[in-house]
Unconditional design. Structure first.
Length: 184
């Protein structure tokens, strides 16, 4: 299973409202992971920020991913055409808008994971996207509580600062037992 977090215009595009430096470098590696998972018939879930114009989060961050705006759209460079056609029809693709850092808060993510894809035991799950220390780490915390075997490829996540990125990788590895696949 693959979970892609916040690969949207406002975070990946250099002109985006809350651009994550280097996020555009994730596109190739994430597309590779996406193809790898699709070739194996894995479930793919895309979580995206999607805020009301008056969201309280805008007290801490610039206004971003506002509902119905271009900034909230999944980036066109993400190879999702097949997901929308072949995968969605088979029930293997879910796009889940979220309003908070943790992909479980106020969404049906847990229901999808538990009811549809976890009838016997936790399955391996791979997580990628932005920001490593915010939405990626908070969502992984929820997955760890559900005993998922979690993998993060270092070249498939990015953060606002290198310090936050490195701290988050180390914390997720130490606290949540995440398998961090380091760059070659």
């Amino acid at each position: 299973m693959l979970v892609i977090i916040d690969m949207i215009e406002d975070f990946v595009n250099k002109d985006g409202a809350l651009y994550v430096p280097g996020a555009e470098n994730l596109i190739g590696p994430i597309n590779e992971r996406l193809k790898w998972h699709m070739n194996r018939g894995s479930i793919v879930i895309i979580l995206t920020d999607y805020h009301k114009p008056t969201d309280a989060e805008f007290k801490r961050f610039p206004k971003h991913a506002v509902e119905y705006t271009e900034g909230a759209r999944i980036i066109a460079e993400l190879d999702t055409e097949e997901l929308f056609s072949r995968y969605w029809r088979r029930g293997l693709y879910h796009h889940i808008p979220k309003t908070r850092y943790n992909g479980f808060y106020g969404t049906n993510l847990e229901e999808i994971l538990v009811n549809e894809y976890r009838p016997w035991k936790p399955r391996p799950i791979e997580v990628c996207g932005v920001c490593t220390s915010i939405c990626v780490m908070d969502t992984i915390g929820g997955l760890a509580c559900m005993d998922y075997n979690i993998t993060v490829h270092e070249d498939c996540v990015a953060d606002l600062t290198p310090e936050d990125h490195n701290y988050a990788l180390a914390r997720m590895e130490r606290l949540y037992g995440v398998n961090i696949v380091r760059r070659k």
